[in-house]
Design a protein around this ligand. Structure first.
Ligand SMILES: Nc1ncnc2c1ncn2[C@@H]1O[C@H](COP(=O)(O)OP(=O)(O)O)[C@@H](O)[C@H]1O
Ligand SMILES: Cc1cn([C@H]2C[C@H](O)[C@@H](COP(=O)(O)O)O2)c(=O)[nH]c1=O
Ligand SMILES: [Zn+2]
Length: 189
């Protein structure tokens, strides 16, 4: 379980990354940390890419339907404009953001903001996804979560795509993806 280095005001900023496969609990963990920050009376803002409209236009929602209100944004630079007076920033589905995201997060942390980034570390082909590898390099704290392999019940790192589509960006849930362990992922590919 992640324990915050500090929940008090007047501290230096830092970057946390929560990564893992689909269904590993990234969104639930992000929501948990953000709710705890609000309990500590910190000013929290939450962002997601505007393209992620799966469950709700204005909230981030976990597969178990835990939700928290968020602001959908077109690009990572917008976060800098919306960060005035904020103590903690949460960013979900960060794999979909542009190449400026690591730089933006660095600037936020330098301003004293705690930045919590959640995203898929690998795409459906098993390759590093978008800016997440760069965020992992910059992070002060990293949490890698695991789902349960739907084939064998072991720990799952991979998001297996059940359709033949080959575009990297393809929004979906259990209709299109299932979490698998390395063995079950490569066995059937
Ligand atoms: N195969 C699975 N392994 C683990 N959790 C699963 C699985 N299938 C469904 N879930 C549910 O998904 C929840 C995690 O959802 P969420 O936080 O949205 O994950 P993520 O953001 O990583 O996709 C779990 O708490 C669990 O109830
Ligand atoms: C593996 C993979 C996933 N996606 C999409 C599918 C979902 O809409 C999101 C991931 O959501 P989650 O909160 O992590 O469950 O990403 C994609 O577009 N391409 C992929 O390769
Ligand atoms: Zn397996």
């Amino acid at each position: 379980m992640f324990i915050e280095p500090s929940l008090a005001g007047g501290r230096r900023g830092w970057i946390e990354v929560i990564c893992g496969s689909m269904f590993s609990g990234k969104t639930e963990e992000l929501i948990r940390r953000l709710k705890r920050a609000r309990i500590a009376n910190l000013k929290v803002e939450i962002f997601k890419p505007v393209i992620d409209t799966r469950y709700d236009e204005g909230s981030i929602v976990s597969h178990d339907e835990n939700k928290i209100v968020s602001t959908p944004i077109e690009n990572s630079q917008q976060i800098l404009l919306l960060a005035q007076g904020v103590d903690v920033i949460g960013i979900d589905e960060a794999q979909f953001f542009d190449a400026e995201l690591p730089n933006v997060c660095d600037q936020l942390a330098l301003q004293g903001i705690r930045v919590i980034v959640a995203g898929l570390d690998m795409d459906y082909t098993g390759k590093p996804f978008g800016q997440i590898p760069f965020m992992l390099a910059k992070a002060d704290y990293i949490t890698k979560l695991h789902a349960i392999c739907v084939c064998c019940g072991n720990i799952a790192n991979y998001s297996y795509r059940k359709s033949a589509s080959t575009e990297t960006l393809l929004l979906g849930e259990k209709d299109l993806y299932e979490p698998r362990c390395r063995h079950c992922y490569y066995e059937v590919k």
